[in-house]
Design a protein around this ligand. Structure first.
Ligand SMILES: Nc1ncnc2c1ncn2[C@@H]1O[C@H](COP(=O)(O)OP(=O)(O)OP(=O)(O)O)[C@@H](O)[C@H]1O
Length: 301
């Protein structure tokens, strides 16, 4: 078998006329955090559900830990948080995990280990209904971690969380990865996957448009320039980086260049008598990245 934890080959799921997942071939390597990045409806959940054996592919193949998705051998090594798990509101976090552990023939040691991993030990005896959304979500991750799975699959793990809850979840995922856990997650937030993932698969309308490393995604940053007069600034910038890389957005210029170009650009603008009031690196939006991926000939407008 290959060194991949998970592999798909032209995996496809059709619902009537709609291709929810369209011939996706991808692979997850051991110990990496791989993120499916795409807007709502892109096919991320369907993809994850196929990998768990919850949805049958229309065509194509997948292998999870070297086994068919959903097979006992595959499921034995996978922990997942794909739908919000049905925790009992009046039971404590610990007792909820104990119920799940009993079904999986695991002991209380596994429960305590999972609570510890998600940093809920201190609050584990409180009832589930008193938990914040972030704690509920962390308990969901603890449930997925029961039994020490080789692969963790998380569908939009930060969905619905406030910024602090999101930051906690990101930290948790990074900590798990640093401890050797392989993670496959989905998200519709570019900033989110940029902060936790080693590799990102960009998915849109069921198609995997690109796989990028974090470093490659970072290179898709650009520069925002506020200056007066803006039209002269645009002329100077166009001469330097090419007109196709210069766009006017909300009274500023957005340049599709490496932010390292900033000092040269500012010098040129000042020489041309332009007052520069702000220059900062900007992250391209998810929309920009999709635009570039779907129309590779064109440079950012
Ligand atoms: N059971 C189903 N029956 C019919 N269509 C479905 C079903 N499940 C998903 N779809 C369709 O497949 C497409 C992909 O949906 P999916 O839920 O996988 O996307 P997603 O990227 O996870 O989006 P979201 O973040 O909104 O969940 C959508 O157009 C959706 O309407």
């Amino acid at each position: 078998m290959s060194e991949h934890i998970l592999e798909t080959d032209r995996l496809t799921r059709r619902y009537g006329d709609r291709l929810a997942v369209d011939a996706v071939s991808m692979a997850v390597r051991p110990r990496e955090v791989y993120g499916f990045l795409g807007p709502n409806g892109a096919g991320k959940t369907t993809m994850l559900r196929m990998l768990l054996g919850l949805v049958r592919p229309t065509s194509g193949r997948a292998s999870v830990l070297g086994h068919p998705p959903g097979s006992p051998a595959a499921l034995a090594g996978v922990g997942a948080l794909v739908e919000s798990p049905g925790f009992f509101p009046y039971l404590s976090g610990r007792d909820n995990l104990r119920v799940l552990a009993r079904h999986a023939r695991l002991d209380d040691v596994a429960v305590e280990a999972a609570l510890e991993q998600v940093d809920l030990t201190d609050r584990a005896s409180e009832p589930f209904r008193s938990y914040s959304l972030g704690m509920k979500q962390r308990l969901g991750v603890a449930a997925a971690l029961l039994g020490n799975p080789r692969l963790l699959i998380l569908d939009e793990p930060t969905n619905g969380l406030d910024p602090a809850g999101m930051a906690d979840m990101r930290e948790l995922i990074r900590a798990l990865a640093d401890a050797g856990q392989t993670v496959l997650l989905s998200s519709h937030l570019l900033g989110e996957v940029q902060q936790v993932c080693d590799r990102v698969g960009v998915i849109s309308r069921g198609r995997l448009l690109a796989e990028r490393t974090l470093a490659e995604l970072r290179e898709t940053a650009g520069l925002l320039v506020r200056a007066e007069p803006l039209s002269r600034a645009a002329e100077v910038a166009s001469r330097m980086v090419g007109g196709a890389n210069v766009a006017r957005v909300d009274g500023a210029l957005r340049l599709g260049v490496d932010p390292a170009a900033a000092p040269n650009l500012v010098r040129a603008l000042v020489r041309a008598d332009v007052d520069v009031t702000e220059v900062r690196p900007v992250e391209r939006t998810l929309e920009h990245i999709f635009f570039e991926l779907t129309t590779p000939e064109e440079v950012t407008p």
